[in-house]
Each structure stands twice: as C-alpha cells, then as structure tokens.
Design a protein around this ligand. Structure first.
Ligand code: HAM
Length: 427
C-alpha cells in the first residue's frame, strides 16, 4: 500500500524549526503591542462572496487560486452555501469590523492577525498552497483620522522596526500610489485606450483582462508581455491634486523618521481593493518570490462589502518567507570567515588591527589572530574559522605585499595591500 504524504504545496513544521516560528511570532506580537494593536482571529473559511466582492472577481487569487466548495445544507433550516478557505485576511477583518459595528466606537481599530491562508498556486521555493501570514489593519471612520497619510507612514515605520528586530538584513521598501476611486476611472480609460492595439499581441489572460479589468494587465508575469507593459500609461500621471498631496505627505513622514524607500510607479499589487498607497518589502535572498510582505490602503473596501465608510491601511507578511530569509542568513553567518589575519609577531599586532578594520569596512568577514601565537597555531585556528589566511610580518609591512593562502586549494599568492579586499572576495 502506498504511504500517504502531506498534500502538494503543504508541509509539516517540525522542531527545531518551530522554535524559529515562535520567535518570529513572539517578536511580532511584542512590536505590535508597542504600537497598541490588538489581536483579531477570524474564521479560516468564509462565504465565497466575501472574497469575490472584496479581493475582486478578475484577480488571479479569486479567478484561479481559491479552494472553494459547495457546503450542503444539513437541515431544512440551513441553506447550502459556497464557502472558501481564506486566501487572505483583510476581507475577513473588514467583514468582522462591519459585523461587530466596530466603527461605532468612533476610534481607529488597530488589529493584527497571525494564521494560515490558502491559495492554489504553483508551489516553489517561498510559495505554498497553505502558507502563513502575519498581518495588521488600521481601519476606522474618517473622523478618527483613518484617511491620514500619517497612518500609512506609521504602519511602514512599524514594519521597518519589526524587520530590524527580527534581524532581517538588507530588506528594501518600494511604495507607490494607485490613486483614489475618482482617479481610477480616468486611468482605466487611458489603459483601455492604450490596450486597444496592444492587447492582441499579449497573452490570453491579458486579452481578457484588457476587457474585464485592465488594471490587472499590470500584474502579468509573462516575460514576452513585459516590454508592452512598459509602454502603458503610468498611474502617477493620472493622480488628482488630493492623491498627489496624500502620497507626498506619506513620503515626507517616512523621510522625517529615516525610513528609506524607492518609488515604483508600476507597483499596483494584485488585489482590487487598493486605493492610494501601495507597498512591498522585498528581500534579494528569496529568489523569484522576493516579496516578504505587501500591503496598502483600501479606502472603499468596507463600502464594497456593504458597510459604512471606513478607510483603512494594512499589510500581510509571508511568515514562511521571513523564516526562509532568517535561515539563509544564519547559514551564511555560520559559514567560514573570508580570512584569518595572522600577525607574525606581537610587533605587528597594531598594524594587523588596522588592516582588519580596513577589510571589515570593505564588507569582509575577518577573524583577527594574535602575534603571540606560533605560526603553526595560527594555521590551525585559521583553518577552522576561515577560507584563507593572510600573513602579516615585518617584511610584508615594509613591502606592502602580503602572502595569502587558500586553505581548500593550498594555493599561496602574493597580493598588494590595496588589492587585498578584491583578492579575498574572489573564490
Ligand atoms: P498579498 O500580497 O497577496 O497581500 O500577500 C502578502 C504576502 O503574503 C506576500 O508578500 C507574501 O510574502 C505572502 N504570500 C502570498 N502568497 C503566498 C504563498 N502562496 N506562499 C507563501 N507566501 C505567500 C495580501 O494578502 C493582503 N491581504 C495584504 C494586505 C493587508 N493589504 C492590506 N492589508
């Protein structure tokens, strides 16, 4: 009999890896608490209509990726209903906001969630069919200041803090504005116009989207379509004065608190509910699935779901991708240092420290030995800790030419002081 395995795109999380998951979740809860967010837990399945209306019929998520089934009535008092495993959590949070009349408090609701989401995507590194998100939403009546660009900047600053506290190195933030509901029709009209001639040259999905929802053409990942997408009108040219001022204020607040970002005018994100600010934090170490997290403003979502006016902004981080990034970083840190720098006598210790400083400032990982060690000992320690050893004696100091030995190949070369950083980088 064949043995049963976890379903494609799902996986078991086992110790000791689960410790890292707990560390990430505890860090997130601690940071969210400092910004006065409270936890919300919504059901894992919802009425299918919630996602169709909230996320948008024509998005990839709703049109291709949802796990949907017809839930049969069990009693006469029940109706059969189309249900869906949640592909994301924002629609559920806004449904709960409306259902529990949270807007009537007159205050901003600052809610976070941690939990599984489900999308039938093609599994690959960093992309699963059951994946985990850590997300948060700030939503409330306009009188509570929910439309203010300060809210956008505060959420982004909180994310920068969280990624730093998690120890994620080298993240990048890209932001854009996709305009308000009044900018959108003008932009969509311009896109439709531009796509009239170009859509027939694009993939079949784009040919359909050009008719049904032209904005989604910009999500297309087909390589042959990219040069055409580059020529399409940009949303930034269709923002009205209010939207431009809103975006400028978000950027100014980020500048004021020192959070670095790039503006990408093509960042529209693949969900229909976004208005004004959209953003992603990316990480180079993740490969094709490089978005650690994404989010943005959704000023009309509550009304689209039959609720009161309740502008909001939020994000969701891919917890699986955060873990992959932390694991890759840890593996890199436990790898051998670039070089072991061995002063050949105590008289060279001070110069060796200066050279180590120079190399470390150039981004290299250097283990500094001690001129009090015998040469044999330096080689033994160096071999354990580093890929190469640099010898720095009296002659080397005088001539400015150093001896570098590669432990793996045994090759020994002479390198000028000024060339050392480059030589150490070459494998
Ligand atoms: P999203 O961009 O669809 O946005 O997903 C957010 C993040 O979830 C992505 O950046 C990625 O890290 C992770 N993610 C998405 N799909 C997968 C997958 N198949 N496998 C692994 N990780 C994945 C949303 O979900 C919005 N609800 C975010 C939001 C909140 N916007 C406003 N509020």
């Amino acid at each position: 009999m064949s043995t049963l395995k976890a379903v494609r795109g799902t996986r078991d999380l086992l110790p000791p890896e689960t410790e890292l998951w707990n560390f990430v979740e505890e860090t997130a809860r601690r940071v969210f608490a400092r910004y006065n967010f409270g936890e919300i837990r919504t059901p894992i399945f919802e009425d299918t209509g919630l996602f169709a209306r909230g996320v948008g019929e024509e998005t990839d998520i709703v049109s291709k990726e949802m796990y949907t089934w017809e839930d049969r009535a069990r009693a006469q008092s029940e109706k059969s209903q189309s249900l869906t495993l949640r592909p994301e959590n924002t629609a559920g949070v806004v449904r709960a906001y409306i259902e529990h009349k949270l807007g009537e408090t007159g205050l901003l609701q600052k809610l976070y969630y941690i939990g599984p989401q489900f999308r039938r995507e093609r599994p690959q590194k960093g992309r699963y069919r059951q994946f985990y998100q850590i997300g948060a939403e700030v939503i409330g009546p306009p009188s509570a200041g929910s439309e203010s660009p300060l809210r956008d900047a505060e959420v982004l600053e909180m994310l920068a803090t969280l990624l730093d506290e998690l120890g994620i190195q080298g993240w990048k933030l890209v932001i854009n504005s996709v305009g308000s509901s009044s900018d959108r029709p003008r932009y969509i009209a311009a896109l439709r116009e531009a796509l009239r001639d170009k859509a027939p040259l694009m993939c079949v999905d784009c040919q359909r989207r050009a008719e049904t929802n032209p904005l989604r053409v910009l999500d297309c990942k087909v390589p042959e379509d990219q040069p055409i997408i580059e020529t399409l009108p940009k949303i930034a040219d269709y923002l009205d004065e209010d939207s431009k001022a809103h975006f400028a204020a978000v950027c100014a607040a980020l500048d004021a608190c020192g959070v670095r970002y790039d503006v990408d005018p093509r960042l529209v994100r693949g969900l229909d509910y976004y208005t004004r600010t959209t953003f992603e934090f990316t990480h180079g170490g993740l490969g094709a699935q490089n978005a650690l997290l994404g989010g943005g403003r959704y000023d009309g979502l509550s009304e689209a779901l039959g609720g009161p006016k309740a502008p909001g902004i939020g994000f969701a981080m891919g917890e699986d991708r955060l873990i992959l990034t932390l694991q890759a970083q840890a593996a890199q840190q436990s790898a051998p240092a670039d070089a072991y720098l061995a002063p050949l006598g105590e008289a060279q210790n001070a110069a060796a420290l200066g050279l180590a400083r120079e190399l470390r400032r150039a981004g290299l990982r250097i283990e500094l030995g001690d001129g009090g060690f015998r040469l044999k000992k330096s080689f033994e320690i160096g071999n354990k800790l580093a890929r190469k050893i640099i010898l720095l004696g009296e002659d080397e100091l005088k001539s400015g030419i150093l001896t570098v030995k590669d432990f793996a190949s045994g090759e020994q070369v002479k390198v000028a002081w000024a060339e050392l950083a480059t030589a150490l980088r070459s494998r």
